[in-house]
Design a binder for this molecule. Structure first.
Ligand SMILES: Cc1cc2nc3c(=O)[nH]c(=O)nc-3n(C[C@H](O)[C@H](O)[C@H](O)COP(=O)(O)OP(=O)(O)OC[C@H]3O[C@@H](n4cnc5c(N)ncnc54)[C@H](O)[C@@H]3O)c2cc1C
Length: 460
């Protein structure tokens, strides 16, 4: 940390309602610890923001002392080795205000989907989420946000109504269609370098139930099911959402019928607004039938469910975990792609990965939103996400070889763009693929306007 007078630090501390931690303080590490226990985060100072004024104070202090600001809500995206600067933690900004008649929810920067969805469910309402309910809603929306209902309902950011943002000079602006429209455009997909969002209003929809869940298939059927999944997925209407994951589950920390097993997990959601439970079951079952017949089903967890429980469809781990992760956005794939994936991670492969997921996109994901925004990767037909829990002595030696080998094997299927939420902390080559060139140039201009001194780090 550059030299800062003790009096300045004391004044900073007393101006904050929430806690301030310096490296070495008791509580410093606990404040930073999040989903990924491998994240090497070592900021000079950590501010546990209690309210929006704390965020303003922290941004002004950082700007005055030439320190970079990074933001953390849950640590799901903290792959960058932050070394220095001010980390603003938003977990205490966890308000959730629902306006059922206006069909909106306004959330604080620290709210997670696992807190928001049940509250919406009390009103029969639903939002577009990602696959993991422990992810923060603001972090997901800033990257775009595509999840288990997105082929039908689009990107989470397409439903953003307004952001309250602390910008580079420490002032607060509201970005919406009417106010600061360029910043509003940028915050929907532009993700980094734009400010600290303190509150976000999202449009929600009246959708009490869906037909969804997961089918598990035993190891010996993984290859058959994966081949069948692709042929089937390409026939699905926009009302159907699906992904397939090859899972290698640990012996502990997982429910008994799944623990220690290697399985295929087909995730499915049939979404139809206005349909009752019987109609959802009938139409969803008919669509899923070919997959149920593709091989003997080991565990069948698909049925009519409250939309508020859609975060369970992917059965993602809650963490904290030592996570290695890499993603890609893909153009149309074929059976040769499937064979390449099976060679690296199929039923008879030696694979160090916990999850190798291919997700069907298209449908509403590919459609232009009513108001343009900065989401990258809209045109991809599929996504690929590979996750490993790094266990020394088990897979830490294999991963540096197997990870690149898997992505090299399917490199020919890459889409031009990769969405930020799949990019981890992007290398310069990956950063150059996050948006089309005209969007990237416009984003650079918006960042310059709202953060001319470059106080906000590209934290993810
Ligand atoms: C298991 C898992 C499953 C996932 N599934 C999906 C998925 O289905 N769909 C999808 O789109 N993404 C998915 N993601 C990616 C996830 O959406 C991003 O990593 C997202 O940024 C996480 O946000 P967070 O706040 O939870 O994480 P954090 O690590 O706390 O934050 C990540 C970044 O978000 C930004 N950020 C967060 N809060 C603010 C704020 N208030 N103001 C400004 N910037 C902020 C910062 O750049 C920060 O570095 C998944 C990630 C994991 C680990």
């Amino acid at each position: 940390m550059p030299p800062i007078a003790e009096a300045d630090l004391t004044a900073f501390r007393s101006a904050l309602s929430g806690p301030l931690f310096e490296r070495g303080d008791e509580g410093y590490q606990a404040e930073i610890d999040g989903f990924n226990s491998l994240s090497p985060m070592r900021p000079d100072l950590v501010v546990g923001a209690q309210d929006e004024a704390d965020v303003q104070t922290a941004v002004r202090f950082a700007a005055a002392h030439g320190l970079e600001v990074v933001v953390q809500a849950t640590g799901h995206g903290s792959y960058r080795g932050v070394d220095g600067g001010v980390l603003i933690h938003t977990r205490r900004l966890d308000s959730i205000d629902i306006d059922a008649s206006a069909l909106t929810v306004t959330i604080g920067a620290g709210a997670r989907w696992m807190d928001i969805l049940p509250r919406l469910g009390e009103h029969g309402l639903a939002a577009v989420t990602g696959s993991s309910p422990s992810v923060g809603a603001v972090g997901l929306v800033l990257g775009g946000g595509v999840g288990p209902l997105s082929r039908t309902l689009g990107w989470a950011a397409d439903r953003a109504v307004a952001f309250r943002v602390v910008i580079g000079d420490g002032s607060v602006v509201v970005a919406s269609a009417e106010s600061e429209p360029e910043l509003f455009w940028a915050l929907k997909g532009g993700k980094v370098g734009l400010g600290v969002v303190t509150r976000l209003t999202l449009a929600v929809l009246d959708l009490p139930e869906i037909y969804g869940g997961g089918l598990f298939f035993a190891q010996e059927h993984i290859d058959t099911v994966h081949r069948a999944w692709l042929d089937w997925a390409e026939t699905l209407p926009e009302s159907a959402n699906t992904s397939i994951a090859i899972l290698r589950l640990p012996p502990e920390g997982v429910p008994e019928p799944l623990a220690g097993r290697t399985l295929a997990h087909v995730r499915f959601a049939y979404v139809e607004t206005g349909a009752d439970a019987a109609q959802l079951a009938e139409r969803g079952e008919a669509l899923l039938a070919p997959l149920r017949e593709a091989a003997p089903v080991y565990l069948d967890g698909v049925g009519v469910m409250p939309t508020a429980e859609c975060g369970s469809i992917h059965a993602e781990p809650f963490g904290p975990l030592p996570i290695w992760e890499r993603g890609e956005f893909l153009d149309r794939i074929d059976q040769d792609y499937v064979e390449r994936i099976l060679e690296q991670a199929g039923g008879s492969a030696e694979s160090p990965f916990a999850t190798v997921e291919t997700r069907l996109l298209g449908g509403a994901v590919a459609r232009d939103p009513k108001a343009p925004n900065a989401i990258g990767g809209r045109g991809a037909a599929f996504s690929l996400l590979v996750i490993a829990a790094v266990v020394p002595g088990l897979n830490d030696q294999a991963l540096p070889v197997a990870g690149p080998a898997l992505f090299d094997a399917v490199a020919g299927y890459s889409h031009d763009e990769i969405n930020y939420n799949w990019a981890g902390h992007p290398s310069p080559e990956v950063f150059a693929r996050l948006w089309p060139a005209d969007t990237a140039a416009k984003l650079a201009g918006v960042r310059k306007r709202y953060d001319p001194a470059g106080t906000f780090g590209f934290g993810n």
